[in-house]
Design a protein around this ligand. Sequence first.
Ligand code: GAR
Length: 214
Amino acid sequence: MTSTPKLRIAVLGSGTGSNARALCRACAENDLAYSVALIVSTSEKAGICDVAHEERVSLAILEPPNNGKPLADALEQVICEHAIDVLVLAGFMRLLPQKTIDVLHGRVLNIHPALLPDFGGQGMFGIHVHEAVIASGATETGATIHVVTGDYDKGEILAQSKIRLLPGESSTDLQARVKTIEHSLYPAAVDTYVRSLLPFLADSQKSGSKPVFS
Ligand code: GAR
């Protein structure tokens, strides 16, 4: 009996790496349809680099100016070298180059620390999102997993989780509570997404044609 191979994901970010860690741990503790094959950081000082070492995952640091190579080219190289099937953004604060989305045929996901479509768009990242949510007087917030497109925070929403704001809560406390729900939401949403891709992989293997992914 043949078993379906796990798809290989790469996690891209430049933050503390708590979501990258949650994804690695979820793979170690559960029978998920994917493995974390690579962590990519756009800063050598970012905590996500430590996560790669601690979780024993390959690390690529693509810090500008990257020997003069555009980020899209540097990303394409590591995606090919590590045979990455799905790219997962976790704390990536810029617009991903369209070329990177195309290289992966759109198989790129992002986590956003609010309930999209609210509190998304350029400049809405990290603590700024939580500050805006509190300033708006909203009574609830949460986290969103969505497909990445060429626009900030605009792709199809795959999963959301909500929490209520607490009276007088600071933006840093809210950020910490949102991260807690992110850490269970993201691994599960990535698993559901990856499983939705598997029939296509199985079909291509059955017919003996070139695998869809790799
Ligand atoms: C997460 O809260 C994620 O939702 C957010 O950055 C944080 C990264 O934390 N992403 C954005 O704001 C994207 N617009 P982490 O490095 O601890 O995973």
